[in-house]
Design a binder for this molecule. Structure first.
Ligand code: PGA
Length: 256
């Protein structure tokens, strides 16, 4: 399975920044075989999609969020129908949406189902808020509950179309300051939690299905620590925030 390297640009970049960043990434990843996806702000999806179309590149495009309805009187929202054809991936339930915009597991579940209905590949984010020294309690509480509730009613056929991003909230970098202010989780910690998530998915679906579900890690990933995650069994890639805004840094991550 190809490793996934996803770059979430959050609410950063001007159109000029976004253009330079995209072109640099396209040029920098020519010879690599990973699944590289960028998630620019909504307003840059059209111009970035045009840039990608002009190049023979493996670079893929995704949206940072979407609403669950197809259309309607929902001022300010973007529907899966609008994203279809423009990009292939969509981040659903990022912790910044859950905690700043009060998105619930029920809404996340609805968004997931609608993203799938429109043929988009969702990246479902789950993760506990507080760091704990006891790995077992991580999987017993919040993160398992997010997983179970977010996936309610999702069929075994559809679950393998979803990428799960385990992002402990405490490990995500602060949006200001230099790379590395976040408290990245250790590879060992991530491996244990992802292993437990896969076991839980095995109970919800089947062990065979669970083996085929792609689970990635996010939280202060940078060129200096990416190998710590991608070399471990069961970790299928990384979701990168801050470090995805610096072309050389992001390309180094892709090349790792
Ligand atoms: P970070 O963000 O890499 O800046 O910690 C990751 C994320 O929020 O997806």
């Amino acid at each position: 399975m190809k490793k996934i390297i996803a770059g979430n640009w959050k609410m950063f970049t001007t159109l000029a920044d976004a253009t330079v960043l995209t072109e640099s990434i396209i040029n920098g990843i020519n010879d690599i075989d990973s699944e590289v996806i960028i998630f620019p702000p909504f307003v840059w999806l059209v111009p970035i999609s045009d840039i990608i179309k002009k190049h023979p590149t493996r670079l893929k495009l995704g949206a940072q969020n979407m609403f669950s309805k197809e259309s309607g009187a929902f001022t300010g929202e973007i529907s899966p129908k609008m994203l279809k054809g423009l990009c292939n991936y969509v981040i659903i339930g990022h912790s910044e949406r859950r905690y700043n915009f009060h998105e619930t597991d029920t809404l996340v579940n609805d968004k997931l189902k609608n993203a799938l209905a429109f043929g988009l590949t969702p990246i479902l984010c789950i993760g506990e808020q507080k760091k704990t020294t006891n790995n077992e309690s991580v999987t017993e509480r919040e993160v398992i509950s997010h997983l179970t509730k977010s996936l309610e009613g999702i069929s075994a056929e559809n679950i393998t179309k979803i990428i799960i991003a385990y992002e402990p909230v405490w490990a995500i970098s602060k949006p200001v300051g230099p790379i590395g202010v976040g408290d990245a989780a250790t590879g060992e910690y991530v491996e244990i939690v992802i292993n437990d998530l896969r076991k839980h998915l095995g109970k919800l679906y089947s062990e065979e299905t669970a083996k085929n579900i792609r689970i990635i890690y996010g939280g202060s990933v940078k060129a200096a620590n990416v190998k710590e995650y991608i070399t471990r069994k069961g970790i299928d890639g990384v979701l990168v925030g801050t470090a995805s805004l610096k072309p050389e840094e992001f390309i180094k991550i892709c090349k790792s």
